[in-house]
Design a binder for this molecule. Structure first.
Ligand code: ATP
Length: 389
């Protein structure tokens, strides 16, 4: 059983804070994806867990052992990098077994593990080939095999699919998820691709500006984003977020946005944050904003605007509509008979509205959020200061 815990972990590079106050756990057998825009601190977090960076503050625990200052080689962790870093002059078999050789593990044991790993990854027929004679996906599998052969208690993968083309990425996503399920080894996977995060992770940790914004299942993050960053990062196309006003009290509470006024339901009023002020931002996902002629019956709120652009994927179309000064993206049926400059009516269900505080970005309507809320900042605890040797 392996569990990992980050306790108030921060990392500074000089004056620059790359990662701030991380508090989260990774459960045994879990596939946790760290996701967020470039430079948000994902790789730094992974490298601290691997032992390749030392936190400036806080503690990292693996199975109740404080590993904050433990050297990388003693953590029982294997890491797979974006560049596969295979040895070009060695065969696949040698690439797989080399790490064991360096550790002077017995030859017979090496052979058994190479065979086992090659079988699991479908590499048996390629053991005598060199990396140059492999496809990108096969090289990626060798890189995975090289990590697996050490039978680590924790796998770390840093953007392992970014060098592959789109079709291969999709296939490898499935292969890695399936492998992780079979091995049952807790895995931390870094990506900036939210589709990868949504399709692979048991849970997803969304980072922005060095902070953990929310950690939860794909469903929790999609349905109940706790802040604007998560709302706009998770989901494709991006959630529409527009300025608006909140007015009326209790059962009469309503929002004004996109040229209309919409009364909140009783459930929403009950879930409205007491911190809500008259200025709000409203969010609605493009998939929840329908062309009126194609809207489910529950979508009884109407807005209208002018078509600016149309993007058709084949299965569906996303239409950019200008409403006053705001632009919103709405889902239309594929090849709907609308064109640029047409006036269109859109429909939505008031329950699909998300509300945010325009200043803090925090969600103001949180209904049934089971996701863990990252702790708010509190004064430093001197016992968590890392004493560098
Ligand atoms: P990407 O997706 O682009 O790899 P990331 O989310 O993994 O980004 P990190 O690599 O963790 O981001 O970097 C977080 C921040 O810390 C960035 O602003 C980066 O420039 C900075 N940083 C990372 N490593 C160092 C370093 N060794 N020295 C100085 N600054 C660093």
């Amino acid at each position: 059983m392996t569990k990992v815990r980050f306790e108030r972990v921060s990392k500074m590079f000089g004056d620059y804070t790359a990662v701030q106050e991380l508090n989260f756990e990774i459960n045994d057998g879990e596939f946790l994806v760290l996701v967020g825009p470039s430079g948000c601190g994902k790789t730094t977090t992974l490298r601290m867990l691997a032992g390749l960076e030392t936190p400036s503050y806080g503690r990292i625990w693996i199975d109740d052992k404080d590993v904050t200052l433990l050297p990388a080689g003693e953590r029982g962790i294997s890491m797979v990098f974006q560049s596969y870093a295979l040895y070009p002059h060695m065969t696949v078999a040698k690439n797989l077994s080399f790490g064991m050789e360096v550790r002077h593990e017995p030859k017979a044991e090496r052979a058994v593990r190479v065979r086992r790993v090659a079988e699991m990854l479908g590499l048996t027929s390629m053991l005598d080939r060199k990396p140059a004679a492999l496809s990108g996906g096969q090289r990626q599998r060798v890189a995975l095999g090289r990590a697996m052969i050490h039978e680590p208690k924790l796998f770390l993968l840093d953007e392992p699919l970014s060098n592959l083309d789109a079709a291969l990425r999709t296939q490898m996503r499935f292969e890695i998820s399936d492998l992780q399920k079979r091995l049952g080894v807790p895995t931390v996977y870094v990506t900036h691709d939210q589709v990868e995060a949504m399709t692979m992770g048991h849970r997803i940790a969304v980072f922005a500006n060095g902070r953990l914004m929310q950690i939860g299942t794909p469903q929790e993050l999609f349905r109940n984003p706790l802040n604007r960053e998560v709302a706009s990062f998770i989901g494709s196309p991006k959630m529409n977020i527009v300025d608006g006003d909140l007015f009326g009290i209790e059962s009469r509470a309503s929002v004004r946005l996109l040229g209309g006024s919409f009364k909140l339901s009783d459930v929403q009023v009950g879930a409205l944050s007491p911190k809500a002020k008259p200025k709000i931002q409203g969010g609605v996902r493009p998939q929840d904003l329908h062309w009126v002629q194609d809207a489910p019956s529950r979508c009884d709120q109407r807005i209208s605007g002018r078509v600016i652009s149309i993007e058709t994927t084949g299965a569906e179309s996303f239409v950019m509509v200008k409403i006053g000064e705001a632009m919103v993206n709405a889902k239309f049926p594929s090849f709907a008979p609308v064109k640029v400059d047409d006036n269109v009516d859109l429909a939505f269900d008031v329950h699909d509205l998300h509300l945010f505080d325009p200043e803090t970005g925090g969600a103001l309507l949180t209904i049934d959020v089971a996701a863990h809320k990252p702790d708010s900042l509190s004064p430093p605890d001197p016992s968590l200061t890392v004493q560098h040797k």
